[in-house]
Design a protein around this ligand. Structure first.
Ligand SMILES: CC(C)(COP(=O)(O)OP(=O)(O)OC[C@H]1O[C@@H](n2cnc3c(N)ncnc32)[C@H](O)[C@@H]1OP(=O)(O)O)[C@@H](O)C(=O)NCCC(=O)NCCS
Length: 370
């Protein structure tokens, strides 16, 4: 069979995009109806992070994958066998201490129609989408995706970098009481977009750190996403949209918490699982880290969630051991280093960098994902 039998089509047609999303909703919609799921995706497509910038290919791009050997009766949806999207995000690459801003496509919404599965369509589609962006973007960038299907994407050049998860559990029938006074500690809760002042220093710190990392690793490409509010707002939309649908009062939802400008935690309510998932955690002392976790547990409890879910990559290395000791005593059912079945995976576009794995993926943390 020649490759001309298959076609990756970039589409802006709302009917085709909706068809693909409604199909995909079968797997990801949780408590939402297919329509509600599609509505969430449409709202997300209007967020700043999704807006296309044709000067650098940033933003959201939707694709259909067609098998041209199937019947074509002139309908828009004929011959579509699979679909995916790429959300092309701002990122950095540093080589030899030289930092450059790039655009890195994140592949999502990978879906093959059930009747067409196991015929190699998804593998061909991902390879085609890789080629699509390789032709347009400079070779020093990367693509990335979250694999929900084990090592499958290795077939298409992606390398998995699994991150274990910490699940802080409290017996949620017990009365968890915060062991300090919120007001006296100056605790403030975060809303939709009222904490840019916390993210700007985070942005600057990551930028400085990756340049330093590059100086110590001159033979490597250092990759990182650019931290910004847009990444986090995307989670907030998802949280509030789904919460409202299942009847929660989300008007004054707490979307994170801050002790001061250097110590804060951003989260989203995963209504489906249900658990409170941390997207960004920053603490400059063990004491503050513990306080933030206590505040997270309080929010989980107030929402009637059984656990706080944290990627272990978010926890500062120097506090890990003492934090474990604290959790073992205070939240004894906590689960440490749990396997995350979602596997963050990356593909440097430069073949040599990919083959030799001569890169470091910095800040591979929940905030940059979905
Ligand atoms: C995953 C999916 C896109 C694969 O599509 P496909 O066109 O059948 O894929 P291909 O024919 O190219 O490859 C099939 C391979 O996918 C892998 N795969 C599919 N579903 C899988 C799963 N749930 N877990 C692990 N691997 C899986 C297997 O390795 C399979 O290989 P095999 O045929 O040797 O067993 C399709 O099953 C699907 O749409 N699933 C629901 C949505 C989804 O899970 N998307 C992935 C999000 S990251």
């Amino acid at each position: 069979m020649s490759t001309a039998q298959y076609k990756l089509e970039y589409t802006t047609d709302p009917d085709i995009i909706k068809f693909n999303r409604v199909q995909n909703s079968e797997v990801w919609r949780g408590p939402m109806t297919p329509e509600e799921y599609n509505e969430r995706e449409e709202k997300a497509a209007r967020l700043q992070i999704s807006l296309q910038d044709h000067s650098n290919y940033a933003g959201l791009y939707c694709f259909s994958f067609k098998d041209l050997s199937l019947p074509d009766n002139g309908g828009k949806l004929d011959q579509i066998v699979a679909a995916c999207e790429t959300l092309n995000k701002r990122a950095w690459v540093v080589v030899n201490g030289e930092l450059k801003e790039i655009i890195a496509p994140c592949v999502g919404g990978v879906y093959t129609l059930p009747q067409h599965r196991k015929k190699g369509y998804a593998e061909k589609m991902i390879s085609a989408v890789n080629e699509y962006w390789k032709e347009k973007l400079p070779s020093d960038t990367f693509m990335f995706l979250m694999s929900e299907v084990g090592p499958f994407y290795e077939r298409c050049g992606y390398i998995g970098h699994a991150v274990p998860v910490l699940k802080v559990q409290y017996a949620h029938t017990d009365n968890y009481k915060l062991p300090f006074d919120e007001e006296a500690e100056g605790v403030e809760y975060l809303g939709w977009d009222n904490y840019e002042d916390l993210i700007i220093p985070f942005h600057d710190r990551v930028k400085a750190e990756i340049v330093e990392l590059s100086k110590q690793n001159k033979d490597k490409h250092i990759f990182s996403l650019v931290p910004n509010m847009n990444q986090l707002t995307w989670f907030h939309l998802r949280d509030l949209h789904c919460g409202a649908i299942i009847g929660k009062n989300v008007t004054n939802s707490k979307l994170g918490v801050k002790l001061d400008k250097d110590n804060f935690m951003v989260w989203f309510h995963e209504w489906d699982t249900p658990e409170l998932k941390v997207t960004k955690l920053q603490a400059t002392s063990l004491e503050n880290l513990i306080k933030l976790i206590q505040l997270g547990v309080q929010e989980a409890k107030n929402t009637d969630f059984a656990q706080l879910y944290i990627w272990e990559s978010s926890i500062p290395e120097e506090y890990k051991e003492q934090l474990s000791e604290y959790l073992k005593v205070n939240f004894p059912t906590t689960k440490f280093s749990q396997v995350n079945t979602s596997i963050p995976s990356i593909m440097p576009l430069d073949d040599k960098v990919r083959e030799e794995k001569s890169y470091i993926w910095a800040e591979n943390d929940k905030w940059g994902w979905y």
